[in-house]
Design a protein around this ligand. Structure first.
Ligand SMILES: [Zn+2]
Length: 188
């Protein structure tokens, strides 16, 4: 069965979704991904808007260990997308997060809390600054991952609807980033 057919089957029958994810070619993201898991949830819950997420083991994140492949969770809403769009989210977007976690965990996994904080007293301003910086860094990561979707390295036949949505996301992320920058400037 070809990929289009296995995807269609997975869309209709959730029981086949993990099987589909086990066979989907990850292309450029292969090296950075350990496992792609189907995580169903109650679609009525607020989390139901989440499509996919790239996860790093907490210890890997805390110690910022390099060259550790991530796990990608795929949720039911992702299967509402057409196959090329689905592949783009998985490989271009989540693949970018996974590559960055793999190659430069020091730059992308910035914990708000550090062990040494237990032994020091941070002022409210210092805390706030750190939280804002972490949020800004997360926004930067989302911008890069969304840009990767629009660059479309693998030349997937993306739908216009998907492209337009990604452009809107990009504007939204940039706006949010600028807003954080303004707040940070106030501390300098
Ligand atoms: Zn993302």
């Amino acid at each position: 069965m070809n990929l289009e057919k296995t995807y269609e089957r997975a869309r209709i029958h959730p029981a086949h979704r993990q099987e589909f994810l086990d066979t989907v070619p990850l292309l450029s993201a292969q090296k950075y991904v350990r496992h792609v898991a189907y995580i169903p949830y109650d679609v009525r819950k607020p989390l139901a808007i989440l499509l996919m997420a790239t996860l790093v083991h907490p210890l890997t994140a805390y110690l910022k260990i390099e060259h550790v492949p991530s796990k990608i969770n795929v949720h039911p809403v992702a299967f509402e997308y057409e196959l090329p769009d689905f592949l783009s989210i998985l490989i271009h977007h989540e693949g970018t997060h996974a590559r960055e976690f793999y190659e430069q965990p020091r730059n992308v996994l910035r914990p708000t809390y550090r062990l040494k904080d237990l032994f020091s007293t941070l002022s409210y301003d210092e805390w706030n600054k750190r939280v804002l910086k972490t949020e800004q860094q997360n926004m930067d990561a989302e911008i890069r991952a969304t840009q990767a979707e629009l660059q479309n390295l693998h030349g997937f036949q993306l739908t216009d609807k998907y492209r337009a949505k990604r452009l809107r996301y990009l504007d939204h992320f940039r706006e949010k980033r600028d807003c954080l920058e303004k707040k940070l400037v106030a501390y300098r």
